[in-house]
Design a protein. Structure first.
Length: 531
């Protein structure tokens, strides 16, 4: 199959757009037709392997409707006995490699995910589409060129993100910073530092990675631009030239030097709920908004923002999508024996929240898989860009939702947004529901960036921000007179010390930091002990 790089060299840019971003022109009817056709192909693959037949049941479904009627919803526990041992003999296709994501404390350390070759090759179209969209200003336009400098700050293999550079390298002639093979010999921190060092010398066109890294680098530039030290990297003539230009631009703008003074990026692509929270900071530091994508190790990429930097559009070939309405999700939480009833994408309603269910295509193994995420359908189409596909935003991890007084349900995204909006100079935080003096309380443990701020100041600022972020939380005070927030300040350096301890103990990369929501008693005890 012709790659994007080959099409670019032949001047067939319109075909690149059609191949990777043509889904934006689909009607919802055409979208659903692709979904159902690929599902029936996947059912046949599943019927030919041991684990697939176990998941499908006594007979192979002959239609999409029958599939949804007779095949039960699944969670990772349904796959654990097979995938934890990496049983390739029970799978529809032999994996090209195995990746993992973090598991569940006390039950299993990792979620191992087999990745067949076709699933990998087809799955890379989603990330590349996001990259194209990050560089475009209108339909059919994109700014990518051969040799563009590509800095990727993603978790390495065996995390799913670590396979992405290999897929992109076969799709488009980027110049990766650092080179992919060299990066494999480095730790995550080393490859990030080396990538930025090379970008200082050689330039930077595209960034793909974590929003928090962009913010941290931006803050570091802003804080230290007035005291630049001449490292060996900066003594290179190209680095000195770039630095001089950056200093002049920042002085003319009468502000500290920022990354946008050094590089004019064609595109930024980031994942995770912090992308929406940090988007304005990223724009300030880097000169443009990031494109946000949504996906998981088990499902691959599911949706992406487009060039209006608003809501996300689903990919038709990323997996067969079903949606459990919030009311159904809550019934199932209250009654573990209740089987929630999902709807399809052409049945969702604007303004409603749904738990996502996905079935792999292309020889993957996950079937009617409850991803564990709540998303919100914000519109049935993107009127601004004439995209006839329902639009989504990520809402919360299902396990992260905290109920207060049966009146409001808060999630990590809302809490994080409120802390960010409060203006409090924080380093990091965790929050959980506790009973204090007989009352249900939101207990926020937060490390600030500086001393001299009192807990009551933090409490009042975050409380007011939460009222602005979540109307139900605001009603707690208006209607019930409740102010459930309690704040404990952690000493400076607490989270860094915790991370270093976890690192020294051999903890996995994804488990170095404590979870923001509902940390265990043991995590809270350790955070409070650290000095």
């Amino acid at each position: 199959m012709t790659t994007a790089g080959e099409l670019l060299r032949q001047g067939r840019r319109d075909e690149i757009w059609k191949k990777y971003c043509g889904f934006l022109d689909l009607s919802i009817e055409e979208f659903m037709e692709i979904q159902k056709r690929l599902l029936m192909d996947q059912i046949q693959r599943l019927s030919q392997c041991k684990l697939g037949r176990k998941l499908l049941g006594d007979r192979v479904p002959a239609s999409v409707d029958e599939f949804r009627q007779v095949v039960p919803l699944t969670t990772y526990k349904d796959y654990l006995p097979y995938l934890d041992e990496k049983r390739e003999d029970v799978l529809p296709e032999k994996p090209l490699f195995w990746v993992h994501t973090s598991g569940r404390s006390g039950e299993y350390r990792f979620k191992w995910v087999p990745t067949p070759e076709r699933h990998f090759r087809e799955g890379i179209k989603g990330p590349f589409a996001s990259i194209i969209l990050s560089t475009c200003q209108r339909r059919g336009h994109f700014a990518l060129e051969e040799g563009d400098k590509f800095l990727y700050c993603v978790a390495p293999l065996p995390y799913a993100s670590g396979s992405m550079p290999y897929g992109l390298a076969g799709e488009f002639p980027f110049e990766f910073l650092p080179p992919v093979q060299k990066a494999e010999e480095m730790t995550f921190q080393e490859r990030s530092e080396e990538g930025f060092r090379l970008a200082f010398r050689e330039g930077l066109d595209v960034f793909y990675g974590m929003s928090s890294i962009l913010v941290r680098v931006g803050e570091q530039f802003s804080r230290e631009s007035g005291k630049v030290t001449m490292s060996a990297a900066l003594l290179h003539p190209q680095s000195l030239y770039r630095l001089t230009k950056g200093l002049i631009k920042s002085q003319l703008a009468r502000r500290p030097m920022l990354p946008q003074d050094l590089w004019t990026l064609k595109g930024l692509v980031c994942g995770g709920m912090d992308t929406a929270i940090f988007r304005e900071k990223i724009k300030y530091y880097w000169g443009r908004y990031p494109i946000e994508f949504y996906g998981s190790s088990e499902t691959g990429l599911t949706a992406t923002q487009t060039w209006d930097y608003g809501s996300l559009t689903f990919f038709p070939d990323g997996g067969f999508l079903e949606f459990i309405p919030e009311e159904e999700h809550l019934k199932a939480r209250r009654d573990p024996h209740y089987q929630p009833r999902p709807v399809l994408l052409d049945e969702v309603k604007a303004g409603q929240k749904y738990e996502l269910v996905s079935t792999n295509y292309w020889g993957g193994i996950f079937v009617r898989y409850r991803v564990g995420d709540m998303i919100k359908i914000v519109a049935l189409r993107n009127e601004n860009l004439d995209i006839d596909i329902p639009q989504m935003v990520f809402e919360a991890k299902c396990d992260d939702i905290i109920d207060i007084a049966g009146f409001t349900r808060l999630n990590e995204k809302a809490i994080w947004q409120a802390i960010e909006d409060s203006g409090i100079p924080y380093q990091d935080w965790v929050l959980r529901k506790e009973i204090i003096e007989g009352e249900p309380t939101l207990h926020l443990y937060v490390e600030l960036k500086e001393e001299g701020v009192r807990p009551d100041e933090v409490k009042e600022a975050v409380h007011e921000s939460l009222k602005a972020v979540d109307s139900d939380y605001s009603d707690l005070e208006k209607l019930l007179g409740l102010k459930p927030l309690h704040v404990s300040l952690l000493p400076l350096g607490t989270f860094q010390t915790y991370l270093l301890e976890r690192q020294a103990s051999g903890a996995d990369l994804a488990q170095l930091k404590p979870p923001h929501m509902n940390p265990s008693d043991e995590v809270i005890r350790r955070l409070r002990e650290l000095r």
